[in-house]
Design a protein around this ligand. Structure first.
Ligand SMILES: [Ca+2]
Ligand SMILES: [Ca+2]
Ligand SMILES: [Ca+2]
Ligand SMILES: [Ca+2]
Ligand SMILES: [Zn+2]
Length: 409
């Protein structure tokens, strides 16, 4: 993954550089990458979240209970007319807006002045704080090439760029949807919807989740409904990813909570630490409801707020008994497909001395996989309006054991 060619950088609208300096903005490019990474390295055992600034502030809109505005491109999108594409865009925003445990809401503020293309993209993109927030229909993928390098249009289904102040407040965002890879027909429309819902997730400040990634590209389309919408890579059947799963709903509600979110659901929180006592930065922690382990499952990345504590928080859980699991981030999920804040490149913290996957087993927790059986677990009771604390001592093995501890990019 990455830039596949060189092209002159996009002409930066005058003033952006200055704004960047003044606000110390972080520009993040999050894309949903295409199945070019479908070669899952063998030997890797199958192993959520939020975008955060470098200092660990969650990236979010400051809505004050108001609506977030967006405007849509006037042109077509691959096989779809403008009207068809706009319908999917509006539906995607509505899907996030309809989550009852979150307050987020949007306003479709009409259309951009143009059919945006690579020719005039500079007049519409990377202009934060004008309250426009364009949703660009990149019908031939050439805007994506302009932003990410020639050939990127074969890799990305969509890109979202957010403009973020120190402290994490989003002051503007651009969504670019690639029309070049869109399949036609109802199935294609549903897959497009899944792409747009995913990009709107990034627009809101959500990051990727690898929950249930063993179902990804396993040839079985039936189980793809267990992949969260914020799964980073296209799977066997994308169309089922348009629906939000509890994992997506948690991330949204944590960022933009309705009061009911804290009172009507329960939580599991705690830390993941190493044998040395150091925190585990960038492992996936999952809570799975015992009687519905794949759908009623919510994940978080350890130390997701870069606090140096290994902390994780999982809220939005219905009452019941849960199994808590921890696993390393899949090495595929770095760069544009990063899961968590420690997965920027193949040498980031998530991939250095990765921990071994295991279940939380209460008093039998230790760091030694010989005595802490990875499958042994202690069910955790979740009560509504309460948080159950869980401390996980990561199992660590010899380098290379089971192919876990060695990452080959
Ligand atoms: Ca266009
Ligand atoms: Ca599958
Ligand atoms: Ca254990
Ligand atoms: Ca352990
Ligand atoms: Zn993405």
């Amino acid at each position: 993954m990455g830039r596949m060619g060189q092209i002159g950088p996009m002409e930066i609208p005058s003033g952006l550089g200055r704004i960047l300096m003044n606000l110390q903005m972080v520009v993040r490019r999050m894309g949903w990458i295409f199945a070019f990474l479908s070669v899952l390295p063998t030997g890797l055992v199958e192993a959520g979240g939020f975008q955060v600034t470098d200092s660990g502030d969650p990236v979010h809109w400051d809505t004050h209970g108001g609506k977030i505005f967006y405007r849509v491109d006037q042109g077509p999108l691959g096989p779809f007319s403008n009207a068809e594409a706009v319908e999917q865009v509006r539906m995607a925003f509505r899907i996030w807006q309809s989550v009852p445990t979150s307050t987020v809401s949007f306003q479709h503020d009409g259309f951009l002045g143009d059919d945006v293309s690579d020719e005039n993209a500079h007049e519409h993109l990377q202009i934060p704080a004008d309250d426009i927030n364009p949703v660009v229909l990149d019908t031939d993928g050439l805007i994506i090439d302009l932003l990410q390098g020639v050939g990127a249009r074969y890799t990305y289904l969509g890109i979202t760029q957010s403009y973020v102040e120190t402290g994490g407040r989003i002051i503007g965002a651009d969504i670019i949807i690639n029309g070049m890879n869109c399949a036609s027909g109802e199935q294609g429309k549903q897959a497009l919807l899944a792409t747009i819902v995913h990009e709107v997730g990034h627009f809101l400040g959500l990051s990727h989740s690898q929950l249930n990634h063993s179902f990804w590209n396993d040839g079985d389309t039936e189980n793809d409904r267990y992949l969260p919408t914020m799964f980073p890579i296209r799977s066997d059947d994308d169309s089922s990813l348009a629906d939000l799963n509890p994992d997506d709903i948690f991330s949204l509600s944590w960022l933009y909570p309705a009061d009911s979110f804290w009172s009507s659901m329960g939580g599991i929180a705690g830390t993941v630490i190493r044998r040395s006592g150091y925190p585990v930065q960038g492992a996936s922690v999952m809570a799975r409801k015992m009687d519905d382990p794949y759908m009623t499952a919510i994940s978080c990345v350890s130390d997701f707020l870069i606090g140096g504590t290994g902390e994780f928080e999982i809220y939005g859980l219905p009452y019941g008994l849960y199994k808590v699991e921890v696993e390393p981030i899949n090495p595929l999920f770095h760069g544009s497909a990063a899961v968590g804040p420690f997965a920027e490149n193949p040498y980031s913290e998530s991939f250095v001395d990765p921990i071994l996957p295991e279940c939380y087993n209460g008093p039998r927790e230790s760091s030694d996989p010989a005595t802490d059986d990875p499958k042994d677990f202690e069910a955790v009771q979740v009560e509504l309006g309460e948080t159950t604390e869980v401390e996980i001592i990561a199992n660590e093995g010899q380098v290379g054991v089971g192919g876990w501890a060695i990452h080959q990019p």
